[in-house]
Design a protein around this ligand. Structure first.
Ligand code: GLA
Length: 381
């Protein structure tokens, strides 16, 4: 189930720190970790990955999540481009899936129900009439097992958890992993994988909120985005796909040539409970199962550029519409649209569109591996 490239020279350590000097400080490359706090008596650890170019990534075993990514900017400074909180205690209360690993199935499932092998399954309903992001207590709300790694590509952490059959209504025990590696090419590589002992839908998603101007620097509306997608999945009032795979031509969702996020933002105004803004799945061009570059985000103030490559069929582009001015790291205020998510994934509600043209099969079977690769590459324009 592990990817050969990531694990070639794998694992100097399980448990101890790799890349730490004798005095406990970090060497220029490596991973260091320690206890961050506890949640209801369960110990929570945090880890820092560091490469030789001054890039650093903080990870946490609660939710197998990213809490910070510090990247050099064009002025020689370092900018934290990820929304998060200073203390672990704030996450269960305030986080809107900040930085976490979402599962067993990310995004929405209509009415929380689906059929598999002639049997009906009912999942937890936690978003209007639908199931969202794995249910009431999805993968983001557990402390995962963590192992520090030193791979051929750079330092990393492997998170794993066993999701028992029946959890949130899903069939089969799922053994899930999320592996993070920071490379000398300034890539944050995320690889999600899973196996099961019974047929189950599986679509594990990464949910970091990015702001390349720096977390807390205001909205992301002036950032420039390219998404390589000719089609998207139109949705109903509860954000469920209608089943159509519509062309982006002539719509606000045409990001193929690149444009500022704010330029067509007015096309999705607030309406009742809907706060407005982008919250759409785009159908990525290129071959599913092949890692290819699918998105590019840039900020003109810091000069920071992030590209995303993935093997997945879709990407949820979400502009932090539900952010509500909560206080984040260092007293920063996360106002509405103060961060955006680019969640590579299988299309939302795929389990109820099986066999339809253009939709992928999200059923994981015993003896097969689920695999999802995401590469975030940072550079300066
Ligand atoms: C996803 C969904 C959004 C919202 C966020 C979390 O991106 O598509 O509608 O639920 O997660 O707040």
């Amino acid at each position: 189930m592990r990817h050969p490239i990531l694990f070639v020279l794998l694992c100097l350590a399980a448990g101890g720190s790799v890349g730490c000097k004798g005095d406990g400080s970090m060497s220029s490359q490596g991973v260091g970790g320690g206890v961050w706090g506890d949640l209801s008596g369960v110990r929570v650890q945090r880890f820092t990955l560091r490469n030789g170019n001054g890039m650093e990534v903080d990870l946490c075993d609660y939710g197998a999540m990213v809490t910070s990514v510090r990247v050099p900017d064009r002025n020689g400074g370092s900018v934290d481009v990820v929304l998060g909180f200073d203390s672990i205690g704030e996450y269960p209360e305030k986080s809107q899936y900040f930085g976490c690993t979402v599962g067993r199935v990310g995004n929405r499932i209509a009415g929380g129900s689906f059929e598999l092998d002639g049997q009906s399954y009912s999942l937890a309903i936690n978003n209007g009439p639908n199931h969202l992001h794995g249910g009431e207590r999805g993968f983001d709300k557990y402390v995962w097992n963590a192992t520090e790694l030193l791979t051929s590509r750079g330092p990393g952490v492997r998170f794993s958890r066993s999701s028992p059959a029946g959890e949130e209504g899903y069939p089969g025990t799922l053994e899930a992993e999320a592996v993070y590696v920071l490379t000398e090419n300034d890539e944050l590589v995320i690889e999600m994988s899973a196996t099961t002992d019974a047929r189950t839908p599986c679509n594990i998603v990464h949910h970091t909120y990015w702001n390349l101007g720096g977390h807390g620097s205001g909205t992301v509306l002036d950032e420039t985005l390219i998404i390589d997608a000719d089609r998207y999945t139109p949705v109903d009032a509860t954000l469920l796909p209608t089943g159509e795979l519509a062309l982006v031509d002539g719509t606000p969702l045409d990001f193929r040539a690149g444009k500022s996020i704010g330029s067509d933002f007015g096309a999705f105004p607030a309406n009742g409970d809907d706060p407005g803004g982008f919250d759409h799945n785009l159908c990525l061009n290129g071959e599913v199962g092949t890692v290819r570059e699918v998105a590019r985000l840039s900020d003109s103030k810091t000069g920071i550029v992030m590209t995303i490559s993935t093997d997945q069929p879709g990407i949820q582009f979400y502009t932090g519409n539900f952010l509500n001015g909560m206080m984040g790291k260092g007293g920063a205020i996360y106002e509405q649209n103060g961060g955006l998510c680019l969640e590579t994934q299988a299309f939302p509600d795929s389990i109820n569109h099986r066999g339809e043209a253009g939709w992928s099969d999200v059923v994981l079977r015993p003896g097969t591996d689920y695999r999802h690769v995401m590469v975030h590459r940072f550079s300066i324009d």
